[in-house]
Design a protein around this ligand. Structure first.
Ligand code: PMP
Length: 368
């Protein structure tokens, strides 16, 4: 089969997701394992979304509405954009993949920060693109000056996760304005705002991607996976000009958003209380975690998201495995080249305290 598979596929590394709770409990014979590994909402899904899913269950003999008509209408109204400015994806993962499929071909260049969200690189490799990885600054922020320098006439796409995963840092409005100024028009700027709602609430100099839609080739992506708590249903969306959206629509699978996801997202958009509670909790608990890291004398990166990367000063794989044995799943940052860092998602109050107690034991050998 090696001679048959497209050569670029041979270079693609599989995306390795955070370990599921059930798998860890089964393998290690543990109970009450907590997962702080995939930046999910610790409060579960929006209760209004759950009700909507129950109602929608009796319709699953039918294909979903391929155009996501009602959801598109509602979201367009909320965002103040046209319905033809929107496309839905099976998670914003799929929005990223659709954009790359539509705009990047053999040998085209993609400019990507390192470390950043791994799907940019994987999906670009699938298209046989040439990838230029631009290291972040030592503070783990985007080096937009270097990224701009890396752009040539052959560059088709540049990715900015704002805020970024795994670092949790964000690009300020001023830095984004400077970056966009004078860029070639024939270039897609993919602004991934998966954690928009967290950053927008907490940081005054955080830019709103919607303010940049006049730039030709700007794509903004957001998701229902994080603050809305619907990661398991897989639904996210892209916002761009009607022309860009029309090209992405050509590569979209006809029924990519299932009925339950459409109904749940519609309901979640109305659940303002859930959104508010989630964002306020993350703000407070981030401070708790920062303070605990300081007490443990661990260096951490201030985050604009619902997760934090922290330098544990030891091989991160070993710390990850030791935390697993304590019943806490985090993410080791080996795949991102941050060999002594782990990433932890903000959990419930109880989960965060369990994590800190486990970390103390693992790092310092101290039982609290
Ligand atoms: N972008 C970033 C920066 C992310 O961290 C994630 C989720 N890990 C995604 C996109 C994809 O999220 P989803 O497909 O669940 O919408």
């Amino acid at each position: 089969m090696k001679g048959l598979v497209r050569p670029n596929i041979l270079n693609v590394k599989n995306y390795i997701p955070g370990k599921p709770i059930e798998e860890v409990e089964r393998e290690l014979g543990l109970k009450n394992v907590i997962k702080l590994a995939s930046n999910e909402n610790c409060f579960g899904p929006s209760p209004m979304a759950v009700k909507a899913i129950r109602r929608a269950l009796r319709k699953i003999n039918r294909y979903p509405d391929g155009a996501s008509f009602y959801l598109k209408k509602k979201l367009a109204g909320i965002l103040g954009v046209g319905e033809n400015n929107l496309i839905f994806g099976n998670g914003s993962d799929e929005v990223i993949c659709m954009a790359i499929k539509a705009f990047v071909g053999d040998g085209d260049e993609c400019v990507i920060a390192k470390p950043s969200f791994l799907i940019y690189e994987i999906a670009s490799q699938l298209q046989n693109a040439r990838i230029k990885l631009i290291p972040m600054t030592k503070e783990l922020r985007y080096d937009l000056k270097e990224m701009k320098k890396a752009i040539t006439n052959n560059t088709r796409m540049v990715f900015i996760a704002n805020p970024d995963n795994p670092t949790g840092t964000y690009v300020t409005k001023k830095a984004l304005d400077e970056f966009l100024h004078g860029l070639p028009e024939k270039l897609i700027v993919f602004l991934d705002e998966a954690y928009f709602e967290f950053a927008n609430r907490s940081f005054k100099d955080y830019p709103n991607g919607l303010d940049y839609l006049k730039r030709p080739g700007m794509i903004v992506a957001r998701t229902f996976s994080k603050v809305y708590g619907l990661a398991g249903l897989r639904i996210g969306y892209g916002i761009s000009s009607p022309e860009v959206i029309s090209y992405m629509e050509r590569v979209r699978e006809p029924f990519n958003i299932n009925i339950l996801a459409q109904e749940a997202a519609l309901a979640a958009l109305d659940d303002k209380a859930f959104l508010k509670k989630t964002i306020a909790h993350v703000e407070t608990e981030r401070e708790f975690l920062y303070s605990a890291f300081r007490k443990l004398e661990l260096e951490y990166i201030r985050s604009a998201t619902n997760f934090i990367v922290v330098n544990v000063g030891k091989d991160c794989k070993a710390v990850f495995n030791d935390l697993l044995k304590e019943g806490v799943i985090v993410r080791d940052m080996k795949a991102w080249g941050l060999d002594t860092f782990i990433r932890v998602t903000v959990g419930t109050k109880a989960e965060n305290r369990k994590f800190i107690a486990a970390l103390k034991k693992v790092i310092k050998g101290v039982n609290s």
